[in-house]
Write a protein that binds this ligand. Structure first.
Ligand code: SAM
Length: 272
């Protein structure tokens, strides 16, 4: 009796998000030893392969051809091939194509093996200073759901470079003036962290180099008790200094920090 055919393996291989040195030894050997590499953009991945002298053949695999390519890849897996999926940058599947293939490979009985490495949102979170008690990864977000307002851990967003300014404005309008960390060009020459409140950057983007790639992290919702009186008074004064009347400043602060009007009004009486 012939041996049952061994199923192939699907490797999900993280690649650098800018700095080509951010790749693991294991990722390099998996890419070298794979039978095929599925690449979102073969030119982008080609540069990485050239740097590490990897000559494995590539197959184009992106959101516009993945339905068709899945069939081919499944037949390769069925005949025992080792397939490595990479995206243009970072960790495959994270806001990148391929999760359907993961499920198809699982259904086929193949091993699906993650090869961890660079990831833009984790790099941004590590250096954000937002703590270590969890986060909510939203990724790209075109429409904000109300449930996001109640999340009390930092929220992490991806945004395309050409939309960053309008995106920050949308965040301010929807969430109020929350604390924000904007991580630009992570791991690259011009890596920069901008820290402040959303209003600091909206309408005043001069300090924000708007070229490049961005991860945006905003603070989660805070309950009323977490804002002390001194903080609220300072924020009220800032609004008044911008030219708002007392009444308008109270309204703005209630909106920005989801505070009860009575409290902000009584505090405002301390201001001249
Ligand atoms: N799979 C990738 C990962 O692991 O982070 C994310 C791919 S997603 C299509 C691309 C988005 O990730 C960009 O629009 C940007 O928001 C973020 N991004 C990727 N590289 C970045 C970098 N070097 N600096 C800042 N953000 C980056």
């Amino acid at each position: 009796m012939s041996e049952p055919k061994t199923k192939g393996v699907l490797y999900l291989v993280a690649t650098p998000i800018g700095n080509l040195q951010d790749i693991t030894f294991r990722a390099i050997s998996v890419l070298q030893e794979a039978d095929w590499i599925l690449a979102e953009d073969t030119r982008v991945t080609g540069k990485l392969l050239a740097k590490y002298e990897i000559s494995t053949k590539m197959i184009s695999y992106h959101k516009f051809n993945l339905k068709r390519q899945n069939k081919t890849v499944l037949s390769f897996l069925e005949s025992g091939n080792r397939i490595a999926l990479v995206s243009d940058a970072g960790t495959p599947i994270v806001s990148d194509p391929g999760y359907e293939l993961v499920n198809l490979a699982i259904d086929l009985g193949c091993d699906v093996v993650p090869i961890p490495g660079a990831c833009a949102f984790l790099s941004a979170y590590m250096a954000s200073g937002f703590g270590n008690e969890g986060f909510y990864f939203v990724g790209f977000c075109t429409k904000f759901d109300k449930k996001l307002l109640e999340i009390d851990v930092p929220l992490i967003f991806y945004e395309a470079p050409h939309r960053i300014i309008s995106f920050l404005k949308k965040l301010l309008d929807f969430f109020g003036d929350r604390k924000v960390v904007i991580a630009r060009e992570l791991t690259k020459l011009h890596e920069t962290f901008y820290r402040g409140n959303l209003a600091d950057f909206v309408g005043n983007s001069d300090g924000l180099m708007i070229k490049g790639e961005f991860v945006v992290i905003i603070d989660g919702c805070k309950d009323e008790a977490s804002y002390d009186d001194a903080f609220i008074l300072r924020e009220l004064q800032k609004e008044i200094d911008k030219g708002l009347s007392h009444k308008e400043a109270i309204k703005q602060i209630c909106l920005n920090f989801e505070l009860k009007k009575n409290r902000v009004y009584s505090l405002s009486l301390q201001l001249k």
